[in-house]
Design a protein around this ligand. Structure first.
Ligand SMILES: NC(=O)c1ccc[n+]([C@@H]2O[C@H](COP(=O)([O-])OP(=O)(O)OC[C@H]3O[C@@H](n4cnc5c(N)ncnc54)[C@H](O)[C@@H]3O)[C@@H](O)[C@H]2O)c1
Length: 264
């Protein structure tokens, strides 16, 4: 990567200038969310063609149009992460529309707060279905359509490493994503397909508003960098892992949390 530039008011990260995707085809789930939207934009800026998939199909279509008015490089798709049929249809759509499938980023997620005794069977199943089943269904549907050099990047969470009070279902699902990703990496490596994960800490999207309202002060006080992250700071790492710059990296997880993990 090129060296960092400095400005009068401090250091700013580079644009991902050396990352190029040369018309590679990417599917991003949960794409209308805070992180997913950044991932889509960065992938497009680096030359990928992107299927923008979300449960909210209208938002997915609108984002695709916003990012690429003519639809040559981006297309929206309604996709429920809980459905394996939707996963199959999504991957088939990517190949039909853009000719191949090279990158999968799973950003669909749900993070509802609830103490253990208030997580009923339905809530448990729903959170596991969106955050874990969805990753499995998309990976299983994508793998047969991918070739040498393809890459999956799954969004796990700090919660998957150390647990998360009032989020037992979410933490369990994200821990599952970490184990699933390592297994995918080993199984798919002989076919030249890589699988990695990122584990964000607290990133500034609507998802963390309830947590920040309840314990934001405490979290920031224990974060060495004393701030939450931006969606772009997650998207940049995802683009690195999806790119050829990471061509010998598989089965890994990159933490993105301003030091919160090592400090707690
Ligand atoms: N924001 C954070 O601090 C943080 C931290 C760790 C991990 N993550 C993970 O990052 C990913 C993106 O989160 P975000 O912060 O952008 O949240 P967000 O709420 O902004 O986006 C989540 C997206 O997932 C979509 N979604 C919800 N249910 C779905 C379903 N059944 N099928 C398909 N899509 C569905 C939503 O429509 C939304 O667009 C999630 O997997 C989340 O768990 C976020």
């Amino acid at each position: 990567m090129s060296s960092s530039r400095s400005r009068d008011n401090g250091w700013v990260p580079d644009e991902p200038g050396m990352i190029t995707f040369n018309n590679r085809v990417a599917v991003v789930t949960g794409a209308a969310g805070g992180i997913g939207r950044s991932v889509c934009r960065m992938l497009l800026e680096a030359g990928a063609r992107v299927v923008v998939a979300d449960l909210d199909g209208t938002a997915a279509e609108a984002l695709a149009r916003e990012l690429d008015l003519h639809g040559d490089h981006a297309a929206g798709f309604a996709h429920d992460a809980r459905s394996s049929a939707d996963a199959d249809a999504l991957m088939a759509f990517a190949v039909e529309r853009f000719g191949s499938l090279d990158i999968l980023v799973t950003a669909a997620g749900l993070f509802p707060p609830a103490p253990l005794e208030e997580i009923d069977d339905e809530a448990w199943r729903n959170v596991l279905a969106i955050n874990l089943d969805g990753v499995m269904f998309c990976s299983r549907a994508a793998a047969p359509l991918m070739g040498e050099g393809a890459s999956m990047v799954h969004i796990a969470s700090l919660a998957g490493h150390r647990g998360a009070v009032r989020h037992a279902h979410y933490a369990a699902a994200k821990g599952g994503v970490l184990a699933l990703t390592r297994t995918l990496a080993a199984e798919l490596a002989p076919r030249g397909i890589r699988a990695n994960a990122v584990s964000p800490g607290l990133i500034d999207t609507t998802m963390i508003e309830p947590v920040m309202a309840r314990r934001g002060d405490i979290i920031l006080a224990t974060t060495p960098m004393a701030r939450v992250g931006t969606p772009d700071e997650v998207a940049g790492v995802i683009c690195f892992l999806a790119s050829d710059l990471a061509s010998f990296v598989t089965g890994e997880t990159i933490q993105i949390n301003g030091g919160l993990y090592i400090n707690s």
